[in-house]
Write a protein that binds this ligand. Sequence first.
Ligand code: SF4
Length: 272
Amino acid sequence: MTGKWWDQGWTLVSGCTAVSVGCDNCWAMAMEKRLMKGSNGCVQFHNDRLARPLRRKKSTTYAIWNDLFHEDIADLEIDRVMGVISASPQHKYFLLTKRAKRMQGYFANRELVDRVSRSAGWLCQNGDDVACNVYQKDRWPLPNLALGVSVENQETADNRVWALLQTQAAYRFINIGPALGPVDFCKTSEAFPHQDTQHPWHNRPILGGVDLVMMEGESGRHARDWPGFDNAARSVRDQCKATGVPFFLKQMPKKRLIPEDLKIRETIQWGP
Ligand code: SF4
């Protein structure tokens, strides 16, 4: 399957703070500075935008922009997002973070299913004219949600991809973006911190637990072009091909033209 990977953005958080070198030219922070006059400069969750997908009947793929797992966003607020996702099975959602450890911890909470159930009920009762689906506990992990981590080089891949693999999810994806150095997933496998040879991920290829890898170069006024990008993208493409994982090249650095052999736009094979 090929095509665009999302239909609409769903921006629930404004503001962010940098966590690694990939954040240096972040458009979300630049946008916040531009809008600073009307805001208090803090990271904020926008409750008023929560119900938007519930009102939309047409099947839509949403990309959740900005980092929902920022430390200033409360678990209760994330629960409400999960409540909306659970109550709108007609849509698909991509949720991307650089805060992979927090995401892992959030989904590991044993009370999460009940908390999300309560949030879904609360949203439906408090929504005005929205038609809500009945939340079903057996639809867990949420089958219309793909959880992803954003990495920019080998070091960030080694750290964040492991957390992603240990996060309970129906679908997982990796976004290498902005790509600032090569990423070899065999090295990520070797970097697995778990010494337990019985652990399910011990000595297993990383990409076996992933449903999509996306890659993009940096764009914008201060974008860093990296001469090795093309070959690094070919290497990731080949790693994906070897393991049967879809690969999607979003854009070249500084929006250069995409070479023919890298015009690949595969995406997740969502289940029924
Ligand atoms: S984590 Fe994401 S949204 Fe936040 S500053 Fe970094 S790139 Fe921007």
